[in-house]
Design a protein around this ligand. Structure first.
Ligand code: PEP
Ligand code: MG
Length: 306
């Protein structure tokens, strides 16, 4: 089980090292595209990816391809306003349509791949067809670079973020084709509960410990393990004190969180017994409400500390 960090820019690397991160579980590349007037060039992107890979000295770096839309706008793309931006033309949907933007990023990533331990993941995957299209474009760009004599690592794992319930439910099929899953609970909770994550009036529905969410997480982890693949989590839930015992019990392989949460999570995990957490998680899956789960976890973990 690995404790890794979420980062937004190469400047965040120092925090990862100072807090004992064993790698990067989510590099949110959209920050490269934001706060400017035009798209970043392939060269600019290559330099950023290379800096992160070199800085991590062979430790795993999971880079998420462009996840724009929803709460993250790029004014210079001049996309039409949408009624429901969180359900609209964003992330992988945009990349599969705006092919040159996507291919530029893929080329920059592939070129940087020889400088460290790169893993690539696609955001907001809803169907296997989307994953296959994105992977095919990655393979095409790899072949193009190689035919130009440019070296590309042959060890790049290619995975997806599980943020949409359709993908969690069909995880057994996805697991046959992806190298790994990373569960994005910030969005998975929003889409499962049909509650906008930016809308405070429905924030009571943002329930990480709801048994429905826990069951989806279990489905994803079990499906991956059945195919010999691994599952990480890079939503806020991965660093949450009440969730950690449950996630450990469910068999999560990689916890990715803000660097400042890593030390606390590590010391919490040190006192948790895997077999006991498996029992706790199994019980939680049979509960009916969030409140029941919280009560159960609090009772079990506070007993341990006495
Ligand atoms: C998520 O959805 O859980 C996630 C990590 O992605 P973001 O918060 O950037 O949407
Ligand atoms: Mg997300």
């Amino acid at each position: 089980m690995e404790l890794v960090a979420n980062i937004g820019t190469p400047n965040d690397l120092e925090g990862v090292k100072n807090n004992g991160g064993e790698g990067v579980g989510l590099y949110r590349t959209e920050f490269l595209y934001m706060g400017r007037d035009e798209l970043p060039t392939e060269e600019e992107q290559f330099e950023s990816y290379k800096a992160v890979l070199e800085g991590l000295e062979g430790k795993p770096v999971v880079v998420r391809t462009l996840d724009i839309g929803g709460d993250k706008e790029l004014p210079y793309l001049k996309l039409p306003k949408e009624m429901n931006p969180f359900l609209g033309f964003r992330a992988i949907r945009l990349c599969l349509e705006e092919k040159e933007i996507f291919r530029t990023q893929l080329r920059a990533l592939l070129r940087a791949s020889t400088y460290g331990n790169l893993k690539i993941m696609f955001p907001m995957i809803a169907t296997l067809d989307e994953f296959r299209q994105a992977k095919a474009m990655l393979e095409e760009e790899k072949a193009n670079l190689q035919s130009e004599g440019i070296a590309v690592s042959d060890k790049i794992e290619v995975g997806i973020m599980v943020e949409i319930p359709s993908t969690a439910v069909l995880a057994d099929q996805f697991a046959k084709e992806v190298d790994f899953f990373s569960i994005g609970t910030n969005d998975l909770i929003q889409y499962t509960m049909a509650a906008d994550r930016m809308n405070e009036r429905v924030s009571y529905l943002y329930q990480p410990y709801n048994p429905s969410i826990l069951r989806l997480v279990k489905m994803v982890i079990d499906a991956a393990h059945k195919e010999g693949k691994w599952t990480g989590m890079c939503g806020e839930m991965a660093g949450d004190e009440t969730a950690i015992p449950l996630l450990l019990g469910l068999g999560l392989d990689e916890f990715s969180m803000s660097a400042t949460s890593i030390l606390k999570a590590r010391s919490q995990i040190r006192y948790l017994n895997k077999t006991e957490m498996e029992k706790l998680a199994a019980e939680a899956l049979q509960k009916s409400t969030t409140e029941e789960v919280i009560e159960m976890v609090t009772a079990a973990t506070s007993k341990k500390q006495v």
